[in-house]
Design a protein around this ligand. Structure first.
Ligand code: NAD
Length: 250
């Protein structure tokens, strides 16, 4: 049902973004991939999905302008690229704060401001952002991430209101812990911050807050993203969907 529509998924060489890109391509969208990775693997992915790849660094606004130029007019914008750093606030490196705010929050502003004119002109568009349960609730040692994700949820509400009469919706999907490289890579820092073993971090920190005691799978997030693109979802805008195994229900 997405034949004739172009979808840009930021941070789609791995994890959740990759699952979303695959799901949108399966619905017929022309997909533009973005993110870092091994050249050969990315070429194989492009081949598999009939997609193009633009390797812009989204922490810099000029990187985002280059990406949007290379992508061309976009009908479905998925703001997904993100990163994490785990440290007590007094030890939190200021450059990590700046980079996380730039990638997890400001990048979504820049992609949206550049994508919206085409969406308005076409009278149809979908802006979907991968926020996080951390857009709804906090955890210690994640000051930049929690601040950026709360900001992303706020930006989404503003976009929803501004675009409400133009056939363009803006929504967030807010997963709990999804088993991706982003989660796996934060285990060593959490071990250090909390003085725990790997198993303790997995069971007592990551899955402790997730009542299902299971990681969300990237494909579950992708399925919701696809639904938000459907005509049946045209009245869903400004929403922030928790997909967190019950975490934020507590
Ligand atoms: P991941 O680390 O597997 O993938 C991140 C993607 O972003 C990769 O494609 C990477 O190349 C790209 N990327 C990183 N820095 C970039 C930059 N500067 N410019 C452009 N691209 C860049 O991560 P993931 O777990 O799939 O996370 C995707 C999104 O989902 C993030 O926004 C993350 O905050 C959010 N999220 C993840 C979880 C989880 O448990 N994994 C939970 C909630 C929210």
């Amino acid at each position: 049902f997405l034949q004739g529509k172009r979808a840009l998924v930021t941070g789609s060489t791995s994890g959740i973004g990759l699952a979303i890109a695959k799901a949108l391509a399966a619905e017929g969208a022309e997909v533009v991939l973005n993110g870092f990775g091994e050249e050969r693997e990315i070429a194989a992915l492009c081949n598999e999905l009939g997609a193009r790849h633009v390797a812009a660094d989204l922490t810099a606004p000029d990187g985002i302008e280059a990406l949007m130029d290379a992508a061309g007019p976009v009908d479905v914008l998925v703001n997904n690229a993100g990163m994490q750093h785990v440290a007590p606030v007094e030890d939190f490196p200021p450059d990590k704060w700046d980079a996380i705010i730039a990638l997890n929050l400001s990048a979504a502003f820049h992609t949206a401001r550049l994508a919206v004119p085409h969406m308005k002109a076409r009278g149809w568009g979908r802006i979907i952002s991968t926020a996080s349960a951390h857009s709804l609730a906090a955890s210690p040692f994640k000051s930049a991430y929690v601040a950026a994700k709360h900001g992303l949820a706020g930006l989404t509400k503003v976009l929803a209101l501004e675009l409400a009469e133009h056939g363009v919706t803006a929504n967030c999907i807010s997963p709990g812990y999804v088993w991706t490289p982003l989660v796996e890579n934060q285990i060593p820092d959490t071990m250090k911050s909390r003085g725990m073993t790997r198993e303790q971090v997995m069971n007592d920190v990551l899955l402790a807050g997730q009542p299902t005691k299971q990681f969300v799978q990237p494909e579950e997030v992708a399925a919701l993203a696809v639904f938000l693109c459907r005509e049946e979802a045209r009245s869903i805008t400004g929403a922030n969907y928790a997909m967190d195994g019950g975490w934020t229900a507590k």
